[in-house]
Structure formats: C-alpha cells, structure tokens
Design a protein around this ligand. Structure first.
Ligand code: GUN
Length: 285
C-alpha cells in the first residue's frame, strides 16, 4: 500500500515558513491579481489566493473586471509593472476569447511574473538560476524533497505536455538528474511508457486515464489533474486511485495533493520576487 503524499499539510508548512520569513522583511510583499470575466472556477481560485495572501502577511489586491479590452488590460499591467509596492502580478486564466493571452502574459515584467509563464522565466528555468518557478511543477518538486524521493538516475515519465505543467515538470526533474520521457495524446502506446516509470507524473486532464496495469510495482505516482466527475460532481484526478495505491510506493490524492502545493508555491514566488525587489539575496539560487 502506497504512502499518501499529504499536499495539504505540506502546503501549510510552506505557508507557515513564508509567514515567519515575511515578518522579517522591511515591507509587506504585494501581489496584484487580475480577474477578467465571470468564470466560476476562476472566481474560486482568486478568492483562495486572497485568503493565502492574508495568511502569509502579504498585501493582496484584486482587480475584478466584468469585461475589458486588450488595450485596457495592457495599460493596467503597465501601471502595475511600474508600481514599486507590487512584487507579483498574476492574470487569472482563461481570459475571454477576444484577448490575446500570449500578448498579455508577455507584457508582465518577468521579475513580477509569479506564475513564471513569461518566456524569460521559462528560459531561466531551462538554463539555470531561476528565481521564479512555475507553481504546479515546483510544488511537485517540493513534495519529492519533503518525502525524501531522490530523482537522480530515475526514469520519470510525464503524461501531458502543456506549457503550464507537463513541459516545465519534465525540465525540473531533468535538473535533478532524472531520465525524462514525455507522453501525450499522440503517443501510440501510453501504457508501455507509463509501465517503465519509476516516477509517473500525470497531467492529462482525462479522468480514469491511468489504471493499475499501467503502473510499475513500487512507482511514485503524482496526479496533477483536477477533473469534475460528471456523475458525482466531485473532483477526481486522472489516476484510478483505489487500484493504483495498492501498487505504488507513494501517491498523491485528488483533492488534497498537488492543488494545495500549487497555491503554496505561488506565495513562495511572491515572497521570492519581493526579496529580489528589495535587493535581498534570493534563497532559491
Ligand atoms: N488558471 C488555472 N490555473 C492557473 C494558473 O496557474 N495561473 C493562472 N494565472 N491562471 C490559472
């Protein structure tokens, strides 16, 4: 039976550390969150970010807009880029269809890009010395570290190749000397790949995709997905938890696994950005 990786508790530990460290800073770190439109899931995510900011002792500010033009949004970002009390800027995705997402994300000052979606931050992650890391993959790395899971020489298989999770996940594991394979919707025999994994990270967004017969005995299984079960309305991952936990050595639950860690790393990024803006050493390097 697998050991359950408790993302909820780990996230509490991370936030507690940040809160204590923040109390020693010369000023409060500031996070600006921009929400455009009425997407219900985004509303929940943004409220959670507001709560997390309060918890960590940050000055959080949310800009809620029913609708706006791309130019208006760019003007707001420009203002926030120049505001010295704002350390982090986060534009909640998805944006309405008439706004060019790439153009918006690339307008954010890379030093304030706490999602780490800007190409400058992606590049820094690839070549080393990043200050800001993409929240979900960095949250998974924190789980490996906290549970003493050493990736060096391990075969790590990532299912999914999104810019937000799959691609950066593989790169972060590569940085820790893993051998990394990426699988995706065009991989002809997914099960043959996943069965080879010492560490399997699944971020496909397809409920029930990974069954026990696709997992090697003793593998570490990380489920990044957050699917809403159409029958029960409950959140579920991509991994069939009940059968896979009998075979894995470590496994993350959904909910209560990767999700809370993503939120915690966002706060860590705001803290790191603030230290950087204050001219203090960054701890991540
Ligand atoms: N929407 C869903 N996940 C995310 C995320 O990690 N960052 C942003 N900005 N929007 C999201």
């Amino acid at each position: 039976m697998a050991i359950l990786i408790d993302g909820k508790q780990l996230a509490i530990d991370v936030r507690t550390r940040i809160k204590e460290a923040t109390a020693k800073l010369p000023r409060r770190p500031g996070l600006a969150v921009i929400l455009v439109g009425e997407d219900p899931a985004s509303q929940v995510y943004v409220r959670n970010k507001e709560k997390d900011c309060i918890h960590c002792g940050f000055a959080g500010q949310t800009f809620r807009m029913e609708d706006c033009s791309e130019e208006e949004l760019l003007a707001l970002i420009e203002r926030l880029n120049k505001n010295e009390n704002i350390d982090g800027i986060l534009v909640q995705l998805p944006l309405p269809a008439h706004i060019n997402e790439r153009r918006i994300l690339e307008a954010i000052d890379p030093d304030k890009d706490v999602d780490a979606f800007h190409p400058a931050n992606v590049g820094r992650m690839v070549v080393g010395k990043p200050v800001l890391l993409p929240c979900t993959p960095a949250g998974v790395m924190e789980m490996f570290h906290a549970y003493g899971i050493d990736l060096a020489g391990k075969h790590c298989v990532v299912v999914g190749r999104s810019n937000i999770v799959g691609k950066p996940m593989g790169l972060l594991m590569l940085r820790e000397d893993a051998t990394v394979t990426f699988c995706h919707s065009k991989t002809p025999d997914l099960a043959a790949c996943t069965r080879e994994a010492d560490v399997l990270v699944v971020a496909a967004g397809r409920q029930g995709l990974i069954s026990a017969d696709m997992v090697k005995e003793g593998a570490v299984v990380i489920d990044v997905a957050m699917n809403r079960d159409p029958e029960t309305g409950k959140f579920t991952g991509d991994v069939l938890f009940d059968e896979v936990e009998k075979k894995a050595s470590y496994i993350t639950p959904v909910p209560g696994g990767v999700g809370p860690m993503t939120r915690a790393i966002l706060m860590q990024n705001v803290y790191a950005a603030a230290r950087h803006h204050m001219g203090l050493d960054t701890e991540e390097e």
